[in-house]
Design a protein around this ligand. Structure first.
Ligand code: BGC
Length: 407
């Protein structure tokens, strides 16, 4: 129900959205924050005209403002999140301001201060550093602005009302189980060699992803069927600051140089997401002597990674339909602004056509449990790209033979 209606709206503004991405990416490689803001403002004017002429722009948000703080445009998915969230809130008549903070913590604090000064009624925030927003969100609380922690849990603040994300532990678990099944670990003799690459320690999600994957494989590591040749098995050892592709590549080149240059075979590179998988894939291409095809995992469905999956260079990605994450965030935001105290019933009442769990146990941000709406991720491989990504309308398969996001 949602997908067709919503994607039609998104496709209608696809040119605007791709302009937005294009500007950020091509006009200046060092995407400055001010440039991002200006670009966003231009888009917003156009989109706002569109929304006001749209019949769907009716009641719920009329006269209300939402401030959306995204981490950066340099990691692909946040561009999609920003656009989807903007479309969703505009479709209900909200005034929308979106900021991207160039992965700079101070900049994100300033951006959120700006949104508060702009009298927003609701804040939706994907934090760069989950630990750094305590002070600015105390200001939000003083102004009675509800805060939805989007995708990444914001820590150490009682200003956060709710958390909307995917089941982050399950993302990692799916990666680990995929490796188990590919290698048939319950039956094969092994041993097989594996290396882990995880995400940014400042991102609360990163530990969940790593734990989910590691827990799924731990028994095989313990009984020697899987061997981590580098010995790097703790999250701290395998983490990647800022989820940065080049950082992941350099670390992996070192691992290959120190542990695999004698002809030792690498069987699996378990990477928590696509930006790190991209760096690891590059390192394997340039610095791995073996000729076997290494199983490489990822997460997100970034364009370059999907191309690698089509070309057989990456084996899988865990796809999270962020379009649906935006829908859940909108309905939650509207309920909060209507003075309701949303709980599990929001899921039924909203009639979403995607799976979502209401969780009041898993996410403690240091001030207590934050009630969470957790969507369900999907494994994508070369075999089901068409079904999961193209047939659902999230991507189009272009003449070049590769999937490209419709938003
Ligand atoms: C998101 C992932 C993403 C990573 C880097 C995480 O918080 O959940 O989808 O790959 O950040 O952008």
């Amino acid at each position: 129900m949602f997908k067709k209606k919503f994607l039609a709206a998104v496709l209608g503004t696809a040119m605007v959205a791709s302009l937005l991405t294009g500007c950020g990416a091509s006009s200046d490689t060092a995407t400055s924050e001010s440039k991002e803001t200006v670009t966003e403002a231009q888009v917003e004017t156009e989109a706002s005209e569109e929304a006001s002429s749209d019949e769907a722009a009716t009641t719920e948000g009329s006269g209300k403002k939402v401030g959306i703080a995204m981490p950066t445009k340099s990691l692909e998915r946040w561009n999609r999140d920003g656009s989807y969230l903007e479309e969703q809130f505009k479709s209900k008549g909200f005034e929308v301001s979106v900021t991207y903070s160039d992965n700079k913590i101070d900049q994100q604090v300033k951006d959120i201060e700006g949104l508060i000064a702009d009298d927003v009624d609701l804040l939706v925030i994907a934090a760069i550093d989950g630990e750094s927003l305590t002070q600015v969100l105390a200001e939000a609380k003083e102004e009675n602005i509800p805060v939805i922690s989007y995708d990444r849990l914001i820590m150490n603040t009682d200003a956060v009302s709710y958390y909307v994300s995917f089941d982050n532990y399950t993302v990692g678990k799916l990666q680990g189980e995929f490796v188990r099944d590919q290698l048939d670990l319950d039956n094969a003799e092994g041993p097989y060699n594996i290396e882990f690459t995880a995400g940014d320690p400042a991102d609360n999600n990163a530990g969940f992803f790593f734990d989910g994957a590691y827990d799924a494989l731990k028994s095989y590591i313990d009984d020697g069927k899987l061997v981590v040749v580098s010995g790097q098995t703790s999250f701290d050892q395998v983490a990647t600051k800022a989820w940065d592709t080049a950082t992941a590549m350099t670390r992996f080149q070192n691992i290959l140089g120190s542990n695999y240059s004698d002809g030792t075979q690498l069987d699996v590179a378990l990477c928590s997401n696509d930006s790190t998988a991209l760096g690891v894939t590059q390192a394997i291409e340039t610095d791995y002597a073996g000729t076997n095809s290494v199983i490489i995992t990822g997460q997100d469905g970034d364009e370059a990674n999907l191309a690698n999956i089509v070309d057989g260079k990456q084996t899988m990605t865990v796809y999270k339909a962020v379009a649906n994450e935006a829908v859940a965030t909108l309905d939650l935001g509207v309920a909060i602004l209507n003075g309701e105290t949303p709980d599990a019933s929001l899921i039924d009442n909203s009639g979403w056509d995607f799976e979502c769990a209401y969780d009041t146990a898993s996410y403690d941000n240091g001030t207590g449990i934050i009630p969470s709406y957790l969507l369900v991720p999907t494994v994508v491989t070369k075999d089901n790209i068409q079904k999961e990504l193209v047939d659902t309308g999230y991507y189009t398969m272009d003449e070049d033979g590769y999937p490209h996001p419709t938003n």
